[in-house]
Design a protein around this ligand. Structure first.
Ligand SMILES: Cc1ncc(COP(=O)(O)O)c(C=O)c1O
Length: 286
């Protein structure tokens, strides 16, 4: 049997089964918490600085003070990777909550921090080869620029998606006539060879930012909002996220995207990203 993972919890390195959080924690009681999710390639965290900066911004947005500096968090993560050598490629999940509140509502300024490490599970290869179906939902995330643990709507709508054979939900606002983001991903459309991704009211995706940097010399990039019509008329659509990387979308609701097959530009982008991550040594693109 493989060794239990070692987690970090409020200053201590402890085994997974001993990592316990109070039922009086504001994260549990009120969903008052933010998080980050990143992964390694070749054992090296992918864009750790960017993830830690986003964590700091998310915490600031909701009014939680991070218990550790970015420098300290990097040290802790390096140590955790060392303590969890049993895993091949690792997922790193950082959660910071409002901490304990005996009256169940007052933030005491003593946040809880947990860092969990585990084996990164690969996605089924078919989603990259064949692409996925998505459904749309009329919804906007609260505090959209922050990565909070508020995924109520995602959990609910993903069940609906699964029941329709879809893998992801794209949030749009019909009243505004704007497309925002996936429930757990950034949305891209390709039209006439140009690549476009919504630029406000969304979580700034780290995978998306890397993809855009990799493509900036080769493609015209449009960082502008997308309308539902543009989404439905797109030649190609793909979504990006840390665990999914780049996934082609071949159907939106009941409509085929382009000819219903994975598009050639999406394939090229996937291959550029794959080459970059296969050779990942910590060198960021600028
Ligand atoms: C709402 C939302 N948008 C976008 C993303 C993709 O972000 P990243 O590429 O940093 O994983 C996520 C990831 O979980 C997300 O939850």
């Amino acid at each position: 049997m493989s060794r239990e993972p070692i987690y970090y919890l409020n200053g201590k390195y402890i085994s997974k089964s001993k990592a316990k959080i109070s039922v009086n924690d504001l994260g549990f009681l009120r969903n008052y918490s933010v998080f980050e999710f990143l992964r390694t390639y070749n054992g090296i965290p992918f864009y750790l600085d960017a993830h830690l900066t986003r964590l700091e911004n998310s915490a600031k947005t909701v009014g939680i003070k991070l218990p550790n500096s970015q420098k300290m968090l990097k040290k802790i993560i390096t140590k955790l990777l060392d303590l969890n050598k049993q895993f091949n490629e690792k997922k790193i999940h950082i959660i910071v909550t409002g901490g304990r509140a005996e009256d169940s509502i007052t933030y005491q300024g003593k946040p809880t921090i947990v860092i969990m490490i585990g084996e990164l599970i690969k996605n089924p290869p078919a989603i990259y080869r064949q692409g996925i179906k998505v459904i749309t939902e009329d919804y906007n995330r609260n505090n959209s620029s922050a990565k909070t643990t508020d995924y109520f709507h995602a959990i609910k709508s993903l069940q609906k998606a699964k029941s329709k054979g879809a893998e992801e939900v794209i949030y749009l606002n019909n009243k505004e006539g704007l497309v925002y983001e996936g429930s757990r991903s950034t949305v891209f459309i390709v039209k006439n060879g140009k690549v476009q991704s919504p630029n406000h009211g969304v979580l700034p995706g780290i995978t998306a930012s890397v993809v855009l940097k990799l493509l900036q010399k080769e493609f015209t990039i449009i960082k502008e909002m997308v309308t539902p019509k543009e989404l439905f008329d797109a030649d190609e659509i793909f979504i990006t996220a840390t665990t999914k990387e780049i996934v082609p979308v071949v159907q939106v609701n009941n409509m085929k995207v382009g000819n219903g097959k994975v598009g050639s530009i999406t394939k090229l982008i996937m291959s550029r990203f794959e080459t970059y991550t296969e050779n990942w040594s910590g060198k960021e693109v600028n």
